[in-house]
Design a binder for this molecule. Structure first.
Ligand code: MN
Length: 293
């Protein structure tokens, strides 16, 4: 059974104790299994308050983020790479302390639009840092998800094929692909085929439509996506990620280009996504059954 998750940006732009409590309670009430939070300010993260709310609401947690340019482990620059490794190791400690099972996102490079391709030296640096971070994560049972993103957010992993090669180079059992159908819709020739190719290496999945608004209201082929996930018997988390200028502010608004207000009612958006995901998982399982008869 897949754990169904919701990104906390659906509720609030930050993880203050008040907003975290509201986001955790609201996510649990809708029947989700986990909440995904993205915070770069690890020192400001209130671990006891978060743990208390997660336990009270019987909700799991996943963490995601992208490195900054000053922490870019794919830069080939020693100081930036060292800062990135330190941040990743601190993030693993925090994930362990709040009981997170998955740490994902753009962990392998900065989260930015690059002007030049990654160098061979930068690639080697990224792979060796991720391997060391994975060793620490493994001790706490944490899986690292390398999120494959579109060309405007990284120059390292833009397709599932590139990520398969990358995680094979890292060669740690807890380093997996994190695919997101919003990004795949931009970069892959065939998103369903990319999921099938990832197979057992897929460790985390983001749902999001082509404009990152309500699921099913854009151009992503969700029946095809969920059938591919069923085909590979994917058992990991499926987390819905959506952004509206009604909730998210800077700096994310600027990095992701969230200029449009696609929704205002967080509760309606999240309730709809949960129902939509449940239906598509069920339909895909039934489709597999039909193929067997
Ligand atoms: Mn994503």
């Amino acid at each position: 059974m897949n754990k169904l998750g919701l990104h906390a940006y659906g509720w609030a732009p930050d993880w203050t104790p008040e907003n975290a409590a509201m986001a955790i309670r609201s996510t649990a009430e809708l029947g989700y299994d986990l909440i995904e939070t993205s915070t770069m300010d690890l020192k400001a993260f209130d671990v006891p308050a978060t743990l208390r709310e997660l336990e009270r609401n019987r909700l799991g947690i996943a963490m995601s983020f992208g490195l900054t340019a000053e922490m870019d482990i794919s830069s080939g620059d020693g100081e930036r790479t060292a800062r990135g490794e330190a941040h990743l190791l601190d993030a693993i400690s925090l994930a362990r302390d709040v009981g997170a099972t998955h740490v994902c996102g753009i962990l392998y490079s900065a989260f930015q639009k690059y002007a030049t391709p990654v160098t061979a030296e930068g690639m080697r640096g990224s792979i060796s840092v991720i391997r060391r971070v994975a060793e620490k994560a493994q001790a706490s049972g944490i899986t690292l998800g390398m999120e494959v993103v579109n060309r405007y957010e990284s120059n390292v992993l833009n397709t599932a094929r590139q990520a398969i090669n990358y995680v094979k180079e890292v060669d740690m059992p807890n380093v997996k692909l994190h695919l997101d159908c919003y990004h795949m819709n931009i970069e892959e020739a065939d998103s369903s085929e990319a999921i099938r190719e990832a197979g057992d290496l897929l460790g985390y999945f983001h749902t999001g439509d082509s404009h990152r608004g309500y699921l099913g209201s854009g151009s992503v082929d969700f029946p095809g996506i969920f059938r591919a996930l069923a085909n590979i018997n994917y058992q990991g988390p499926i987390t819905f990620e959506s952004f509206s200028s009604a909730v998210v502010g800077q700096p994310l608004e600027g990095i992701l280009g969230i200029w449009r207000n696609l929704w205002e009612d967080s509760h309606d958006l999240a309730a709809h996504a949960k129902a939509f995901t449940d239906v598509h998982i069920k339909s895909a399982r039934e489709a597999l059954g039909c193929q067997r008869h």
